[in-house]
Design a protein around this ligand. Structure first.
Ligand code: SF4
Ligand code: SF4
Length: 116
């Protein structure tokens, strides 16, 4: 009997959709240091200009642009801080994701593999 297992593979299309999804873009202390340095800002100025309290009040996250996208997303769907983007952004979708993420991410593809 032939059966198949379905594996989700991911190749980012750089569409920027995940930078427009609802929810916090959380920042670690190391993220704040690296991003402020990259933007040549003092940490306190970066925090004042680009950060707010997470919804769970446990840390800081990036603010949204007026259209709801992440403040660091450019009009060309690029990340203005790509080289130092937050670990939350770097780790998606391999180290964390959420149920149904593959339906919202154009880079996710189902790959069927025969198992016998
Ligand atoms: S939604 Fe998926 S394909 Fe689009 S930028 Fe994000 S990770 Fe890449
Ligand atoms: S920091 Fe960059 S990769 Fe992360 S959500 Fe914002 S624009 Fe997207």
């Amino acid at each position: 009997m032939n059966t198949e297992s379905t594996e989700i593979v991911h190749e980012c299309q750089r569409c920027g959709a995940c930078c427009r999804w609802e929810g916090d873009v959380c920042l670690t202390d190391a993220d704040i240091t690296a991003i402020a340095d990259y933007l040549r800002m003092k940490e306190v100025d970066f925090i004042n200009e680009y950060c707010h309290l997470q919804r769970n009040r446990r840390g800081l996250s990036l603010i949204d642009a007026p259209d709801g996208a992440c403040i660091m997303l450019t009009k060309d769907n690029a990340c203005r801080i790509q080289e130092v983007k937050p670990i939350q952004c770097r780790d998606f979708p391999f180290k964390w994701n959420f149920p149904g993420w593959e339906k919202r991410c154009p880079g996710a593809k189902c790959k069927n593999t025969p198992t016998s």
